[in-house]
Design a protein around this ligand. Sequence first.
Ligand SMILES: Cc1cc2nc3c(=O)[nH]c(=O)nc-3n(C[C@H](O)[C@H](O)[C@H](O)COP(=O)(O)OP(=O)(O)OC[C@H]3O[C@@H](n4cnc5c(N)ncnc54)[C@H](O)[C@@H]3O)c2cc1C
Length: 394
Amino acid sequence: MDLSPTPEQEELRAELRGWLRQNLPWEYGTGLPPRFDDLGEEVAFLRDWQSRLASGRWVGVAWPQEYGGRGRGPAEHYLVQEELARARAPELVGRIAVNLAGPTLLAHGTPEQKQRWLPRILPAADLWCQLFSEPGAGSDLASVATRAEPVPGGWRVTGQKVWTSYAQFSDWGMCLARTDPAAPKHKGISYLVVDMHAPGVEVRPLVQITGEAEFNEVFLTDVFVPREQLVGQENDGWRVSSATLSHERGTNPRQLVIHAQLLDELLRTAAASGAYDDPRLRPRLAQAFVELRLFQLHNWRTLSRLEKGMEPGPEGSLLKLYWSEMSQRFHDVAMAALGPAAPLWRRAAGNPGDGLWQRSWLYYHAASIFAGTNEIQRNIVAERVLGLPRERAG
Ligand SMILES: Cc1cc2nc3c(=O)[nH]c(=O)nc-3n(C[C@H](O)[C@H](O)[C@H](O)COP(=O)(O)OP(=O)(O)OC[C@H]3O[C@@H](n4cnc5c(N)ncnc54)[C@H](O)[C@@H]3O)c2cc1C
């Protein structure tokens, strides 16, 4: 498939470049976004940025126009991500809503649900979180034990969720809850939208290895969820959740954007620290460059499937495996390029990047866990791409 941009796509690119020159909140194309000591301040800054980006209609370009998108295709979505990377624009704070909740509602929501929730997603007027994982249900997600008991007008939901990113800032949560405890485990689950401000929702932040508390435990105690907040059919939540999960694993322009920015920064750091002249590091820097290019090609392979109207399919697991391992190698090179500054943290004298690399190196240890661990991705590739048997015979 020929993925070179059409004249209309080049026009879109030029329009976005012009818009970014006017609207990026710091000098266009230089430096990384400002960093904050307080996650709340950062989220407020990023909400403001996303709202500005959405006012230019640069968030969700592939969404239908009636919900704030441009009704364009996956290729335009990629092109916009590429340009945002080039401009070093910050990532979307509302990405869980834009990339997961929105597409799930577009596929399975009622017209009323779409009207109610979608227009507030792109400008980050509402933030969403994903209430899937539980202490006893991570890789084996179908084991969710959160109960939804029928009451007049809806359900009362009780249970515990964990690792819920941005729950403390969220307005809505996509929640998997068991509505039929007697049914086989994949069959008795429903997909409910929980109001994160409702009585009975308690969010307790969990501090990560980076020192930040991006994810949380969420305790749900008798939380009332009205019937109109059921997405899809009752007890059919497993099928609805696969729409969310396929978007999570299928394509990843966001990580391409982030790693393109990081590579740029890595090459600057290496030039400044003299790592370019170190014969042990030069091949690793070249390797990082090559791997990022390969990641782009993996993305393009998925993109060509999407452009043909196909789903990302189980091959999406290859993309997740590739980029998460690439990222960890890539960060190891960055730490090596920092040399003796590698163990320093923010505000330490003589620390190039002021802790950017150290924070990022710690954070991306999570890449082989979130959105399905690498062991699970390997199982998917083995069984569903290569067609290997599920269990060894005999
Ligand atoms: C930064 C971060 C953000 C997250 N954000 C969210 C979020 O917003 N919402 C949400 O719902 N969840 C979120 N998660 C949770 C994430 O989806 C789970 O951590 C992940 O699915 C793994 O589940 P678990 O932690 O329970 O580990 P487990 O499933 O208990 O796995 C433990 C270990 O056993 C291995 N294992 C398990 N089963 C198999 C098998 N069949 N074959 C081979 N190996 C196996 C795993 O690979 C892993 O190494 C987040 C996680 C992280 C790290």
